[in-house]
Design a binder for this molecule. Structure first.
Ligand SMILES: [Zn+2]
Length: 240
């Protein structure tokens, strides 16, 4: 209850610029509560613990092509820039693939299980809206997509490695298009909301050596789990 109250006050401050708390029951208090009710800022944050929700129909199609290799060691993450021309269509909207990066361990959990690594494929539509496609990793065989660039990751932070060699993100996509989807936020500042998350249900295998190679550079860079509140996590599976 106390946490809820603090949260409500913080929310009110953030949204309405309120600096002093009005007397409970007063007109100002009622107005502030209405403002808080409208404030959705801290209600739709990511990551979350995913559970199988109700099944939902979505139009989802990926249209990816190879890109020339650009690998960046950002210190807190390993990022691959992606050439223009690769996109996904989600419910009729086009989202261009801009970059992908990694989190160790995973940021999303599935039924309270965490994974050793998660990849985020960051897409953006012309109107600025984000769609992030997330892949969870489990230890297993060496992954051919990771193999194409893992030895090229610069050892020094803020260093960029660029080569006239192709990487192909299609190698990373799982055979099963089943995914969880929900509305959330970026998981790094400024934690922008209105992000469409598509988290593939079936994890992808990578060798321990590959996961450790990425982890040794970025360390622990997963944001803590955020509350779901009233959000619905939907589950999508391609119709046979
Ligand atoms: Zn991320």
């Amino acid at each position: 209850m106390k946490t809820r109250l603090i949260f409500t006050i913080v929310c009110g401050l953030t949204c309405s610029g309120l600096v002093a708390q009005p007397m409970p029951g007063s007109t100002e208090w009622q107005a502030a509560n209405k403002s808080i009710a409208r404030c959705e800022l801290p209600h739709r944050q990511s990551p979350i613990n995913l559970r199988k929700g109700s099944r939902e129909a979505h139009q989802f199609k990926w249209l990816y092509q190879p890109s020339h290799e650009v690998v960046i060691n950002l210190g807190h993450t390993v990022e691959l820039k992606y050439d223009e021309g690769s996109r996904v269509i989600f419910d009729g909207e086009n989202y261009q693939l801009v970059q992908m990066h990694f989190h160790t361990p995973s940021e999303h959990w599935v039924r309270k299980q965490r994974f050793p690594m998660e990849a985020h494929l960051v897409h953006q539509a012309k109107n600025g809206h984000y769609l992030v496609l997330a892949l969870l990793f489990i230890p297993g065989n060496s992954h051919p997509f990771l193999e194409t660039f893992i030895d090229d990751i610069p050892k020094n932070a803020e260093a960029i490695y660029e080569k006239d060699k192709n990487i192909d993100i299609r190698q990373l996509l799982p055979a099963s298009p089943a995914f969880y989807t929900y509305s959330g936020s970026l998981t790094t500042p400024p934690y922008t909301e209105g992000v469409r998350w598509v988290v593939f249900q079936v994890p992808v295998a990578a060798s321990n050596a590959q996961i450790e190679a990425i982890q040794s550079i970025e360390g622990f860079n997963a944001r803590p789990l955020q509350k779901i509140f009233h959000r619905r996590v939907a589950h999508f599976r391609q119709e046979e």
